[in-house]
Design a protein around this ligand. Structure first.
Ligand SMILES: C[S@@+](CC[C@H](N)C(=O)[O-])C[C@H]1O[C@@H](n2cnc3c(N)ncnc32)[C@H](O)[C@@H]1O
Ligand SMILES: [Zn+2]
Length: 370
């Protein structure tokens, strides 16, 4: 295989040479490697160094970049798996090159996780993680880490695929990045609670073409019931920006209380918190000591996550300005206006034009028009 050396964090490893002229260079190498996922891998390294699991499984390793980095930068026992024999060969070469004692396996994830369990399990498939979540959950003792790159199904752009994979009704609106993430979280919760196990999101975000979620699993039917209680729907008015949250497993649609139009249920969604504030603070504390190439972007993401209000959706104030036929002001002025009016407000990591607030959308409209 024609390989070149890559460097992420303080780790060097080989990746297949790619055709940089291609629309999607990662698709041109024999084994998959996407440079644009470096922040995703940096986040895993930073979080894993905070959680300090007893061992970590990179269940779909490809080049092994993620697992090799966890072994070398977090110093914990690592197993890297891939069902592709050529990937296994490259992972072995990368482990030797880095001078690491890493266990390498070449199994189908379903077979591997039917007979072994790991303290932390990471799944990073092509596209949807839906077919792998059940096996991953059965093989996880405490920490489950999931990447999804099927944002079109999750966010409602490919609605039928979203329904098939997640048995949910996603809607492609201005806050679809958030409902896409929450649709995935609700799915993982449903896949977990059937085993009388609870699950808590620790650190979850949506970025570019992917969603990344990290969870803590806990045993017990009571904990599972508490996780189920975090599931519900957003009822989005079909005619105006008004929406309401409803906890529960069945959507109970009522007309919009603002304009009387029909509302559309989006979900089931995870409506609870998507971060653990102590984990985010610990990651921020550790960030200066961890040599990560994306430290600046990751730090800015973590600060935004730390400040986000715990609402389950946001308003896109540029869209509100367009509807109100006014030109948008700087976001800082709009947020200051909402705070002055006695409400809470924050930015959101999903988009630079998103505002999270407990104020009705009409308050934002008045500020935009004022
Ligand atoms: C997107 S790549 C992983 C990228 C890698 N984690 C990284 O950060 O660079 C997905 C990998 O999953 C492997 N894979 C797909 N289905 C699998 C299965 N059922 N069991 C094990 N590995 C599988 C593929 O061979 C491929 O190498
Ligand atoms: Zn309405």
């Amino acid at each position: 295989m024609d390989v070149i050396e890559a460097e992420e964090g303080k780790t060097r490893f080989f990746v297949p040479r790619q055709d940089s002229g291609h629309a999607f260079p990662p698709g041109t190498g024999r084994i998959f490697y996407n440079r644009r996922m470096e922040l995703n891998r940096d986040a895993t390294v930073l979080l894993t160094s905070v959680l300090n699991p007893r061992e970590y499984l990179d269940a779909m390793g490809a080049t092994g970049a993620r697992g090799i980095r966890v072994a070398s930068e977090c110093g914990i026992p690592v197993t890297i798996n891939d069902r592709d024999p050529e990937a296994v060969e490259l992972i072995r070469e990368n482990a030797n090159h880095a001078g690491l004692q890493v266990e390498v396996t070449g199994m189908n994830i379903h077979t591997l996780l039917s007979c072994r369990r790991f303290d932390a399990v990471d799944i990073d498939p092509y596209g949807s993680p839906a077919p792998y979540c059940d096996s991953a959950i059965r093989g996880t003792l405490r920490y489950l880490m999931v990447t999804a790159t099927d944002t079109a199904p999750l966010c409602g752009a490919h609605q039928k695929a979203g329904i098939r994979r997640y048995f949910a009704h996603p809607v492609n609106n201005e806050y679809h990045a958030e409902t896409g993430l929450r649709t995935l979280l609700a799915f993982v919760v449903r896949e977990t609670v059937k085993y009388d196990r609870g699950i808590r999101p620790l650190f979850c975000f949506s970025r570019e073409h992917y969603v990344r979620a990290h969870f803590r699993l806990e045993n017990g039917a009571g904990r599972a019931d508490r996780a189920v209680a975090g599931i519900g729907y957003i009822h989005q008015c079909s005619a105006c920006p008004h929406r309401v949250e409803q906890y529960g497993i069945l959507p109970l649609s009522e007309p919009c209380t603002s304009c009387g139009s029909v509302t559309v249920p989006i979900g089931p969604l995870w409506l609870g918190a998507i971060q653990d504030p102590d984990i985010i603070s610990a990651m921020l504390d550790r960030l200066p000591d961890q040599p990560l190439n994306t430290a600046r972007e990751l730090g800015s993401l973590l600060h935004t996550l730390q400040d986000e209000l715990p609402t389950s959706s946001f308003y896109d104030y540029h869209m509100l300005a367009k509807q109100g036929k006014v030109s948008p002001k700087p976001i800082g002025d709009v947020i200051a206006g909402i705070l002055d009016a006695g409400y809470r407000a924050s930015r959101t990591h999903y988009t630079g034009t998103g505002i999270r607030t407990d104020a009705p959308y009409q308050v934002i409209m008045e500020i935009l028009k004022g």
